[in-house]
Write a protein that binds this ligand. Structure first.
Ligand code: ATP
Ligand code: MG
Length: 422
């Protein structure tokens, strides 16, 4: 029987690397004062429809349970976190800082870096409308990805509210803007022109094309503020972007590029938005997307400014394994009893337990292989140490430790074993 399309099995070596990434990101989020939350992997379909519109059902796994309820596997967590906020956290001191990690499901066309079951690490900062909040969320995203061992990240920052206001000010009707956003998100300028042609003045189309292609440093924001002064809603939003970038400058070593064409494709984003790319990944190079949104109204709450991000852990994992230059490292110990009688096994198990209790990964030989064969296997499997125990060792109350790196062997007591400094 085959796995369902777009899903994967993870073997121990891969899981070890993935858990390492998760640990690094969890540590970073905790250091920033974020607390971990967990919500169900399936939700009422309405939650996602309310947030993203009816069309979302085409992109997600929807099913009916035995009670006739329409449920969906979660495609992301922002909506569920807002639900959690509205039911359990409205009275918590502001801002609320939460993070999460887990599997997500989307009905995608699978390819490298794009799966139907994939994994994200995300965070939400709820309750502050200040630019410091935007900067903190961007910084946390970057620091988390760096903690996983990735370098040369490209951070692009824009403002989706400014873009929406510009389209509105130039007479693009809301439903056309909704179609324009995914095109802008994909960088499809031709498609955008085709959409707006005949409906919007040519000079306005040119202005929009120019605007969404604007990239550079903070000066391009200042330039846009000056040149778009006749659209106060746009410049107000751009002032906000500028303030967030100034706050972000306080974080050492977080480089970014302004990209006024970031659209993020979804209606609920309102403010500063950002994306993080890693070029080595090729077509699926985006490892993180995020920004400021308003979703409180879905749950009957007014004025809940929030900002957050989601990092694609599968893409981080591909990147980390591509850039890791570590050769194989010898690690851990294999305990090899030379026969299986009570006393030898007793000492062997005691040695294994002693090593484990001092944090050393230790396996016990349970295949009853001959000592020579067992040692050969330990070497091939890159153990650092072999602990060899026979009746001689039992008689001396010691164990033989062979360093498989140097080939040296010596007799030590169980107490000394824990001080090997492995
Ligand atoms: P894309 O444009 O690549 O489809 P997205 O805008 O749909 O991304 P988000 O919903 O913002 O992505 O999710 C955040 C991150 O999660 C993405 O930047 C990406 O790294 C990762 N991601 C999204 N969808 C998938 C998927 N199907 N498989 C693996 N990773 C994914
Ligand atoms: Mg997508």
């Amino acid at each position: 029987m085959e796995r369902p399309r777009g899903t994967r099995d993870f073997l121990p070596a891969e899981m070890a690397r993935r858990r390492e990434t998760e640990r690094a990101m969890r540590r970073t989020a905790l250091e920033f004062g974020y607390g971990e939350v967990q919500t169900p992997t399936f939700e009422q379909t309405d939650l996602f429809v309310a947030k993203s519109g009816e069309a979302i059902v085409e992109e997600i796994y929807v099913f009916e349970d035995k009670g006739g309820r329409s449920l969906s596997l979660r495609p992301e967590l922002t909506a569920a976190v807002m639900r959690l906020y509205s039911t359990s956290l409205t009275h918590a001191p502001k801002p609320v800082r939460v993070f999460y990690m887990g599997p997500y499901f989307r009905y995608e066309r699978p390819q490298k870096g794009r799966y139907r079951e994939f994994f994200q690490f995300g965070a939400e900062l709820i309750g502050t409308p200040q630019p410091e909040g935007d900067a903190e969320i961007i910084a946390l995203a970057v620091r988390s990805i760096e903690a996983a061992g990735m370098e040369d990240l490209e951070v692009r920052v824009g403002h989706v509210g400014a873009l929406r206001a510009l389209l509105g000010s130039l007479g693009v009707p809301a439903e056309m803007a909704a179609k324009a956003f995914p095109l802008i998100d994909k960088g499809d300028i031709e498609g955008l022109r085709g959409l707006l042609m005949d409906k919007v003045e040519y000079s306005s189309i040119e202005l929009i094309e120019d605007y969404v292609s604007t990239t550079g440093d903070i000066a391009v924001v200042e330039g846009a503020i000056a040149s778009l002064a006749r659209f106060p809603e746009v410049t107000e939003a751009l002032e906000r972007l500028k303030a967030a970038l100034e706050q972000l400058d306080a974080y050492e070593g977080i480089g970014y590029e302004v990209d006024l064409g970031i659209a993020r494709g979804l209606d609920y984003y309102m403010g500063v938005v950002f994306e993080v790319d890693w070029q080595g990944l090729g077509a699926e190079k985006q490892v993180c997307g995020g920004g400021a949104y308003e979703l409180g109204q879905l749950f009957g709450l007014d004025n809940v400014p929030a900002t957050g991000f989601a990092i694609g852990l599968d893409r981080v994992d591909i990147a980390v394994s591509m850039s890791s230059q570590d050769g194989p490292v010898r690690e851990g110990a294999l305990v090899v009893p030379m026969d299986r009688d009570g006393e030898v096994m007793h000492l062997a198990v005691a040695a294994a337990e002693a090593l484990r209790s001092s944090g050393i990964r230790t396996e016990l030989e349970v295949m009853r292989r001959g000592t020579g064969k067992a040692l050969k296997g330990a070497d091939a499997r890159l153990f650092r140490w072999a602990i060899i125990i026979g009746s001689d060792e039992v008689a001396k109350g010691k164990v033989a430790v062979k360093d498989l790196d140097s080939g040296e062997q010596r007799l030590v007591s169980l107490d000394e074993l824990c001080d090997l400094g492995i």
